[in-house]
Ligand binder design. Structure first.
Ligand SMILES: [Zn+2]
Length: 273
């Protein structure tokens, strides 16, 4: 599943090809993906200029003067830029045509989404899917404080609080495991028992781990295809994630795996307390 780093890598990849460019056509090859496509989407976007791109959590935003196109890549979706007309494959459901180039949305499992938020409906951040999202980890100046304050009554384990996304978005399973390891915090620790000092360490590690993944071009989706058509899958060196029974890279104890909320959690019982 594309995680925040993949979505951000995608945004950075498509931005120079679409920002400032006029949409000349929108080709929809089905009625919808996870949800039906917005009624009249092609008419809404034709002859309109993409002003800028953005991202909120795992939602990609294409801002126009009269509203924003919200794109979610779902479980298996990816975007890439093509020059000229290429025959669509079975899973190529949408083309946003911008003169001689096009942005193609491919989504084999069809859990992706394309939504339109008109300007008169207010700021796009007020959209039903966006308004309850937690802080953006990479641009939140007081992430540690937020984590600390929001967890004073949360008895759930910190790993599950991170995955819930209501305090901070984009810390998926891989990044939760890895940042908790680097912060030395055991994933089963009740969120409310963690001190501000430890949240400061955790917030710094979340930001560092996500930034490193973005720098490496995204990490978790095996069929992610970069906007230049090359494989965007970069296997990172994980410290604990997916390393059950292997030696901890810090202390050589064996990495453990437990299940929390039906998701695998990997941690080192020696380094994480
Ligand atoms: Zn260790």
């Amino acid at each position: 599943m594309p995680e925040l780093p993949e979505v951000e890598v995608t945004r950075r990849g498509i931005a120079p090809h679409i920002e400032g460019h006029v949409v000349t056509d929108v080709i929809l090859r089905r009625e919808g993906l996870r949800w039906p496509f917005p009624v009249g989407l092609a008419q809404t976007l034709r002859r309109r200029r993409v002003v800028s791109t953005g991202r909120r959590g795992k939602y990609l935003l294409l801002h126009f003067e009269h509203g924003s196109l919200i794109i979610h890549l779902g479980m298996s979706g990816h975007l890439r830029m093509l020059s000229g007309d290429h025959p669509p494959g079975k899973h190529d459901h949408v083309d946003l045509v911008l003169g001689p180039s096009r942005m193609r949305f491919t989504d084999p499992r069809r859990f992706g989404a394309l939504l339109w938020h008109a300007k008169e409906e207010g700021d796009v951040e007020s959209h039903l899917l966006l308004r309850a999202l937690g802080a953006e980890p990479l641009s939140c100046p007081d992430l540690a404080q937020r984590l600390y304050r929001a967890t004073r009554t949360r008895t759930a384990p910190i790993k599950q609080v991170l995955l819930a996304g209501d305090i901070v978005v984009g810390v998926g399973n891989i990044y939760a495991c890895e940042s908790l390891f680097h912060a030395g915090i055991r994933p089963t620790t009740a969120a409310r028992r963690i001190s501000l000092a430890r949240y400061e360490k955790l917030a710094a590690e979340i930001q560092r781990v996500l930034a490193a993944a973005i720098a490496q071009g995204g990490s978790s989706l095996r069929d992610f295809i970069g906007v230049d058509g090359q494989s965007g899958y970069f296997q990172q060196t994980y410290f604990v994630y997916d390393r059950e029974g292997e030696a901890c890279r810090q202390c050589s104890a064996l990495v453990k795996r437990i299940v929390q909320g039906q998701r695998s959690t990997f941690y080192c019982g020696h380094c994480q307390r």
